[in-house]
Design a protein around this ligand. Structure first.
Ligand SMILES: [Zn+2]
Length: 283
């Protein structure tokens, strides 16, 4: 076994790309599983086993954010350990999926959004940096997402005949409850686009650990503050769940397209590593 717990015969097949599966994406049987690992990081264990898989000749790591049985709530996800474990496996690029609510009528349920900004409204999550004891980083966060990874995701969405929403701001709430109308209306007044529970601190830790990161957000409903809402209310639940299931099918199709794209295999972006390196050089 290697130091990462991967059988030695796969040592030459490091995954450069990882997929973090969000709600509805706890398994990805379309990928051919080679082996499973659950590395112990100095931040603890990841959400579950990381599957090292092959698809179309490409080696990819797959990690369900909420565990294989969707048993880990958004505020309890071991975000730092998840990203550290993927980095330790040799991953350089992370493509995550998540579900989100829309804050704008022009982003209807069934849309796919690739955010470029987040607003963090969570609290109490372990979001301190991983630097060695006695050190800390004032990490630049003006552009939290990797532009190259976002573009690759957008191209995969387009290849599936869907026009994605890009340059969107996701506000991240604590959960696991949904917003009140007053909270939702505050988000809308601020001009934010979608609302989610997991983008922080996941996106931040990817930056800090030198990983290029982008997320594909599938819109399941309108948040409750949107006037013409198809929201998570009892009378709309059946329709919302139908959209949720349809989104999962499309999300998998998009990810499989992404894995086929030569651009993904050859992503040579190092934006996150450059930010961290520049910081340390200036110390
Ligand atoms: Zn990048």
């Amino acid at each position: 076994m290697s130091s990462f717990g991967i059988p030695t015969r796969h040592d030459h097949e490091r995954p450069r790309l990882a997929i973090i599966g969000g709600s509805g994406m706890c398994t990805f049987p379309e990928l051919t599983e080679l082996c499973r690992v659950r590395p112990v990081t100095k931040s603890g264990l990841p959400s579950g086993d990381i599957k090292i898989c092959r698809y179309e000749g490409q080696i990819v790591a797959f990690l369900p954010r909420h565990g294989e049985n969707h048993s880990i709530a958004p505020h309890k996800v071991p975000y730092k350990a998840n990203l550290a474990a993927l980095r330790d496996l040799g991953v350089e690029t992370v493509v995550a999926t998540c579900i989100a609510g829309s804050l704008k009528e022009e982003i209807p349920p069934g849309s796919f959004v690739i955010p470029d900004q987040f607003v963090n409204l969570t609290w109490g999550r372990d979001d301190y940096c991983e630097a060695d004891e006695g050190k800390f980083i004032h990490l630049p966060m003006a552009e939290p997402y990797c532009a190259i990874t976002r573009r690759a995701i957008a191209e995969a969405v387009l290849a599936c005949g869907i026009v994605p929403v890009v340059n969107a701001t996701v506000t991240v709430i604590q959960g696991p409850r949904f917003s009140t109308k007053a909270e939702s209306q505050m988000f809308i007044r601020n001009g934010w686009d979608i609302v989610n529970m997991t983008q922080y601190p996941e996106c931040y830790f990817a930056r800090e650990l030198g990983l290029c990161y982008g997320v594909l957000s599938a819109i399941t409903d309108y948040d409750v503050g949107v006037a013409s809402c198809l929201s998570m209310s009892p009378e709309h639940m059946k329709d919302v769940l139908s959209i949720f299931r349809d989104n999962i099918v499309k999300t998998k199709k998009i990810l499989l397209h992404l894995l086929k794209q030569s651009t993904v295999a050859s992503i040579e972006c190092s934006c996150s590593r450059e930010i961290v390196r520049t910081y340390y050089e200036q110390e």
